[in-house]
Ligand binder design. Structure first.
Ligand SMILES: Cc1ncc(COP(=O)(O)O)c(C=O)c1O
Ligand SMILES: [Zn+2]
Length: 388
């Protein structure tokens, strides 16, 4: 089956313009004319929140996704595990949403079934994405399973763990000198009309494919179900383009609109250096930011997105940074609690600790950490070479 019949149109998340259902590689066209950069999303004509228990994974929530049917490799239904953290300065109940348990070991597995489905619906021969690693492996696996060609464009610094995984699927891996060079390649490839891009092609991005981002809403649906309808006070999310942050935000908004929850949690963006916190203080979201991210390449990058800022502002949340020298400690401390996470996910623990020291969280709060990626991707030899 094709597009969900409950979808009536798309809209710009910044200027609210109603838009036809399409792929907006340049974000909202109206905003672009005004030199703004904004992603778009979907309008669903639905009065109830229906969870289809005859289905598994994300398909339980297909009423609220772009498609009724899409490839399934075992993604979704990830555990929500309470983790004892008596060492924190503020007493909290902390839960880990184990997105690292998805098939390719990251949350990206909730986005790519829908991207692959979209590419198939359009009759494309293949898919393409710019990726520092996780999106590349995930898209390559879903494309392979659906019989689509796949090109992953990364930089020469990508580690061999991701490289080997991508190449194992039969995908083509293109390595460029700089992150911006990746976009030059993608722009050329999509001109053929045969390749669907998961990635936005603007240098200041609006975000990834809106079809894919919808998949992240299911994280919020699952959290509320797993907490038996209770609402977390804070949800911590590692952020790069803000696709995940925005998708989680929209998921909570859906539940609020459907009167399943009365309020939405405060979202907390976790970053390796000041980007979003600077934007929240008033600096332009379209500028470039400079900082070290060598230990956390998955959430590196010099840009932020309007969608990330909106998710933080509308949820009354905030952004917090954790410097590189603190990252490995966070990896070890989480591993000693039983969770071996990629640096870009373990950063959540360091950020949580820092938030407690800074008294940024209400005592007694319920906090969910969205653990985005498994530690098997950590390139410890490379990290040690930087430390010495
Ligand atoms: C491990 C990990 N965490 C978080 C993110 C952030 O995701 P987003 O780009 O949606 O902000 C990414 C990818 O970009 C990632 O690979
Ligand atoms: Zn707009």
């Amino acid at each position: 089956m094709d597009l969900n019949s409950k979808i009536v149109s798309m809209f710009c998340i910044r200027c609210s313009k109603e838009l036809a259902i399409d792929d907006y590689y340049l974000g909202c066209p109206k905003c672009l004319k005004e030199n703004e950069v904004s992603n778009v999303s979907f309008v669903y004509n639905s009065e109830i929140f229906f969870c289809d228990r005859s289905q598994i994974g994300m398909k339980k929530y297909r009423d609220w996704l772009p498609y009724d049917d899409f490839p399934y490799l075992g993604e979704g239904d990830t555990p929500l595990v309470q983790v004892a953290m008596a060492e924190l300065e503020t007493a909290l109940s902390v839960f880990l949403k184990c997105e690292h348990q998805n098939p390719s070991g990251s949350h990206k597995d909730r986005m790519n079934p829908l991207i692959v489905k979209r590419a198939k619906e359009l009759g494309m021969a293949g898919v393409i994405a710019a990726s520092s690693g996780n999106e590349g492996v995930s898209l390559a696996l879903y494309a392979a399973s659906a019989g689509l060609k796949c090109e992953i464009v990364s930089t020469k610094t990508i580690n061999s763990i991701w490289k080997n995984a991508i190449l194992s699927t039969g995908a083509q891996l293109i390595l460029t000198e700089t992150p911006d060079d990746r976009l030059v390649y993608i722009k050329e490839r999509i001109k053929t009309g045969q390749t669907y891009s998961a990635t936005n092609i603007l240098e200041i991005p609006s975000g990834s494919s809106s079809f894919g981002i919808q998949g992240y809403k299911t994280i919020s649906y699952e959290i509320i179900e797993q907490m038996n309808g209770e609402i977390p006070d804070y949800v911590f999310v590692p952020v790069s383009r803000g696709d995940l942050l925005y998708g989680i935000y929209e998921g909570f908004v859906d539940l609020k609109n459907m009167k399943i929850i009365a309020t939405i949690p405060k979202l907390v963006a976790v970053e390796p250096f000041e980007r979003l916190s600077s934007v929240l203080r008033g600096s332009d979201y379209k500028q470039r930011f400079i900082g070290d991210s060598r230990l956390t390449s998955s959430i590196g990058g010099a840009t932020v997105t309007y969608q990330a800022r909106q998710a933080l502002q509308n949820s009354d949340g905030f952004a917090i940074e954790l410097a590189q020298y603190e990252i490995m400690n966070a990896v070890y401390e989480m591993a000693r609690k039983g969770f071996y996470l990629e640096t870009s996910a373990a950063i959540l623990y360091g950020a949580l600790k820092k938030s407690c020291v800074e008294k940024a969280l209400e005592p007694g709060s319920k906090v969910v950490l969205v653990s985005t990626s498994h530690g098997f991707k950590n390139d410890l030899n490379y990290y040690q070479s930087l430390e010495s």
